[in-house]
Design a protein around this ligand. Structure first.
Ligand code: 1PR
Length: 535
């Protein structure tokens, strides 16, 4: 309680600020929300989090006098921390849906990353920083990775070099933080950067607390490959949500009762994976296609409790689509997603509904803007929307046997087939659709997906390694990040997928749940193989 333990937060109402709220509360501070420009001027410490789109943010700030108050506050050198868009708004303008004018306190224009520079957009993941000057809040993080998620960036120049406290390289050098006096802003998300991020926030919020941590002696320069722990969650026959795991999507035990396989409690396991070093945690509500997810309050509770203690990105999927409940009330997919975001998710993932949207788009060539994928990415940004693909291999004897993109297989099919195409499925693999994973991936990229979670039903739960043919095909077809999933059985499978494909991340479930291979060993192995990871 008390004023000294309060931090003022500017939530301009466009986007998802639950994670920063959770991090501030975790550090023991109360949050006072800005309601009027005076609240800004009277703040002891002000945080401007960054989510949503630049133009929408500037509209809100200009229309209610907040922009002016912010300029005054910053020019008086009052304690300020801008995060992501909260950094970008300090510049002269942004090209995001623009040009749109910013506060103009720092010289420079915020532009978009260009995939032509050899990097995927959005920039999602963990990078180390190059510290340029005494930055106070970044003092003891040298060489440690922090989490970025953005498509736009400012670049260092002669004109703004007095401000720049660190830069980062992603295709080009961009500004990862600025500092002048008590004014700080960071392009990455400290609230999602694990213990490093919490220590940065602590230094800003509680300037006298000492949390010095010895940096790892390691030179990191590239975007780290991510290791993601996935929890498939569903109600068991007693009605409790449990973590389960299938073999090729079959989650029932091969016993007389055929009960749902129960591998533990979702909140506990997610918390453990965070401590073990998972770079992200995903929940898939695998029966979401059957039940109405908002009726599924336990899932929202799981997200709430998990996000209070897990400070890496959280994704949730399952059942995101338009829905009419038993009483005839209609819920848009956007409402469903918003409820997940409010409960602490950073990204949502869409499976079945994205397949239908892609089929429609390929048939008509028209982007209606009405699909769940388009609506959610318009409001929350495409970095917040993952499309989960559940393909099943269909063997072919020749490459052009079907009208879908086929691959020449590394390992021949059961009858010596040399080729396969990857058929998309819906409803947890129960129904095959007339669209391939390749066609789907390209379509959803155009419709606004920010990332692809690429499963493979044939490999799921088999522990024999990822489907390299499939992952190569898809990661070379799109310029958004691809998460390889299904089939991890050893740490070597992770290095194999990163060495042979352009996947940005690799996800596993079974080996982590059964404690066969701890996340730490996967990371240590990758590091030994010369693959950059966050330690
Ligand atoms: O269609 O929008 O409702 O979303 C449903 C979501 O649930 C999709 O993302 C779909 O992948 C997932 N899902 C549906 N049914 C199942 C099932 O298993 N019966 N699980 C399912 C998907 C795949 C991965 C798994 C990896 C790694 N599970 O999540 O974690 O294959 O496993 P492994 O490391 O043990 O091999 P919608």
């Amino acid at each position: 309680g008390g004023d000294d333990s309060a931090v003022t937060l500017l939530d301009y109402g466009a986007g998802n600020v639950q994670s920063i709220r959770n991090a501030i509360r975790y550090l023991g501070l109360d949050i006072k929300d800005v309601e009027t420009p005076e609240d800004i001027l009277n703040a002891k410490r002000l945080i401007v989090p960054g989510v949503g789109a630049f133009a929408a943010m500037m509209d809100v700030l200009n229309n209610n006098g907040m922009a002016e108050a912010l300029c005054t506050y910053i020019e008086n050198d009052r304690p300020f921390l801008g995060i992501c868009l909260g950094l970008q708004l300090l510049f002269e303008s942004s090209e995001e849906n623009g040009p749109v004018r910013g506060l103009g306190l720092i010289p420079g224009v915020v532009g978009r990353f260009d995939p032509l520079n050899g990097c995927r957009v959005p920039h999602i993941g963990w990078n180390a920083l190059q510290i340029k000057k005494d930055s106070v809040i970044l003092d003891d993080i040298a060489n440690r990775h922090v989490y970025f998620v953005h498509s736009y960036r400012a670049v260092p120049s002669e004109e703004n070099k007095d401000w720049v406290s660190s830069t980062c390289n992603y295709g080009i050098d961009f500004i990862s933080s600025v500092r002048r006096g008590n004014v700080h802003a960071v392009q990455f998300h400290p609230e999602k950067s694990g213990d490093v991020g919490l220590s940065i926030l602590r230094k800003f919020l509680l300037p006298n607390s000492s949390v010095a941590k010895k940096p790892l002696e390691r030179k990191a320069t590239k975007l780290a490959k991510r290791v993601i722990a996935c929890l498939d969650v569903r109600t068991n026959d007693n009605g409790d949500l449990v973590v389960t795991k299938g073999d090729q999507y079959d989650v029932r035990e091969q016993t007389k009762d055929n009960e749902v396989r129960n591998l533990g409690k979702p909140v506990e396991l997610a918390g453990q994976y965070y401590l073990d070093g998972a770079d992200e945690v995903s929940f898939l509500n695998i029966t979401g296609f059957r039940d109405f997810p908002l009726g599924d309050l336990p899932m929202l509770q799981i997200l709430k409790h998990t996000s209070e203690n897990v400070f890496v990105p959280l994704t949730v999927g399952g059942g995101i689509r338009d829905f009419t409940d038993g009483n005839g009330r209609y819920y848009s997919s956007l409402e469903v997603a918003s409820e997940y975001f409010r409960s602490g998710a950073d990204k949502i993932s869409i499976g079945s509904d994205a397949v239908y949207a892609a089929e429609e788009y390929l048939k008509t060539g028209v982007k209606t803007g009405k699909s769940s994928l388009e609506q959610i990415s318009r409001v929350y940004g495409n970095q917040a929307v993952v499309v989960s693909i559940d393909p099943r291999r269909q063997y072919l004897t020749s490459e052009d046997e079907v009208g879908f993109k086929a691959v020449k297989l590394e390992n021949l099919g059961p009858n010596g087939e040399e080729y396969a195409w990857y058929q998309c499925t819906v409803n947890g693999g129960r129904e095959g659709r007339p669209i391939g994973a390749y066609e789907l991936a390209k379509a959803v990229e155009e419709l606004g997906a920010g990332e692809i979670l690429l499963n493979c039903i044939d490999c799921d739960g088999q522990g024999k390694g990822f489907d390299i043919d499939l992952i190569k095909l898809i990661s070379d077809a799109v310029s958004i990040p691809v998460i390889a999933s299904s089939g991890a059985g050893t740490a070597q499978h992770f290095s194999e997928v990163f060495e042979k494909t352009n996947a940005s991340a690799a996800l596993a479930a079974g080996i982590f749940h059964r404690k066969e291979v701890p996340i730490e060993s996967v990371k240590e192995h990758l590091l030994k193989q010369g693959i950059e990871v966050r330690m």
